[in-house]
Design a protein around this ligand. Structure first.
Ligand SMILES: Cc1cc2nc3c(=O)[nH]c(=O)nc-3n(C[C@H](O)[C@H](O)[C@H](O)COP(=O)(O)OP(=O)(O)OC[C@H]3O[C@@H](n4cnc5c(N)ncnc54)[C@H](O)[C@@H]3O)c2cc1C
Length: 337
């Protein structure tokens, strides 16, 4: 374990922003993590996973702690279910592939989401009709204040759409060190009716899909749809889909009759933020080295050497425009630093 100084975080964030960390350390076990937390000469600490959900708008003055704790183990199993524990530094997609290889079901729709296992509960990652909460059993987290390890079961985490206790009252107070998932061993409950999964399975000529087929379909769709951060810097969906009242939606329909929506309760609907951004004319807009992706209006991109502050300004311009045009506030999903 070695602390380095003034290093570029460009290889550590999928936006590819060249901001610097004043101090940086990578930890590969819990003892190292505890030791680092005790270093009083670095009062400000920042936890870094795969860097796929952050926009760096400035250099970080803190000690950046890169969580690189690895390990996957089976905690318990019966005839029907298995509890699998993965350490925080495991790559999420590699963990998904590990489960699929063992025929453990429930996680397949979450294939190819970037980032690490330890960050997955923070915003309750979700895709193609499945959210982390659907397979979450518990997680262990180190309290930054007491240095004790605490267990959080599902009810403790207050999971919601791209939200959890770790983005709210527990924010900055815990470091997740491992997550345990409850997965099925057979009779997998398949989710094929979301997005274009069933269409993709048809293209693949598969009528009785296995979890491996679904994972493959999701990987194919995502590869076609989303820009690969290795080619164009990005952090996935930059904004959350806003929720508005049904009456507000009815009023908007008078001017925007093709506005899509998904009912989420008796009097609320969710609007795809990508549709709003496209309607506001931002899709494909490029400003020098940054802009809005040409196929995905929800994805802001860095074409090379953009500054995080410029991307933030663009995000704010989009937010103001959406507010002005639709009287809807859209909130960033990405963590802005
Ligand atoms: C191309 C692309 C597609 C994406 N698609 C999706 C998608 O379909 N669905 C979805 O939900 N998300 C998606 N995302 C967002 C991202 O992949 C997830 O939010 C992911 O969980 C972030 O993991 P990370 O390890 O990269 O987190 P980081 O970006 O490293 O960190 C995110 C936040 O969590 C904190 N943190 C990190 N690790 C820990 C820890 N162990 N303990 C406590 N705090 C920690 C950090 O301080 C930071 O505030 C996408 C991103 C990209 C680039």
């Amino acid at each position: 374990m070695q602390i380095t100084h003034n290093i570029s975080l460009k290889p550590y964030n999928t936006f590819g922003i060249d901001a610097k960390a004043k101090h940086f350390v990578s930890v590969s076990n819990i003892d190292e993590l505890k030791k680092v937390l005790e270093l009083t000469e670095y009062p400000n600490k920042f936890i870094l996973g795969g860097g796929s959900n952050m926009l760096l708008t400035k250099n970080l003055d803190s000690l950046v702690i890169h969580i690189n704790i690895k390990g996957i183990s089976i905690v318990s199993e019966d005839e029907d279910f298995v509890l699998v524990k993965a350490s925080a530094g495991e790559n999420w997609h590699e963990f998904v592939l590990y489960c699929i290889d063992k025929d453990f079901g429930g996680i397949e729709n979450l294939s190819l989401i970037p980032g690490n296992v330890g960050s997955a509960p923070i915003q309750n990652i979700g895709a193609y009709g499945v959210e982390l909460k659907d397979i979450f059993w518990s997680c262990e987290a180190l309290s930054i204040e007491t240095k004790e390890i605490e267990t959080f079961i599902k009810e403790d985490c207050h999971f919601d759409y791209r939200n959890s206790i770790f983005k709210q009252e527990a924010k900055g107070k815990y470091i997740i060190i491992n997550v345990t998932f409850k997965l099925t061993k057979h009779n997998h409950k398949l989710h094929v009716n979301y997005g274009t999964i069933s269409k993709q399975l048809e293209i693949m000529k598969i009528s009785n899909p296995t979890i491996k087929d679904i994972s493959k379909a999701v990987i194919d769709i995502r590869t076609l749809k989303l820009p690969n951060p290795k080619e164009i810097g990005n952090s996935g969906s930059f904004f959350k889909n806003p929720v508005i009242t049904k009456s507000h939606y009815q009023t908007l329909l008078e001017n925007f009759e093709d506005m899509p929506s998904y009912a989420i309760s008796e009097d609320e609907v969710k609007i795809p933020a990508g549709w709003l951004i496209e309607k506001a004319g931002f899709k494909g807009k490029r400003f020098g080295d940054y802009g809005v992706h040409k196929h995905q209006a929800l994805v802001l991109v860095n074409y090379g050497n953009a500054k995080g502050a410029d991307i933030l300004k663009l995000a704010e311009l989009i937010q103001h425009t959406i507010k002005r045009l639709f009287n809807i506030s859209i909130e960033a999903e990405v963590n802005i630093l």
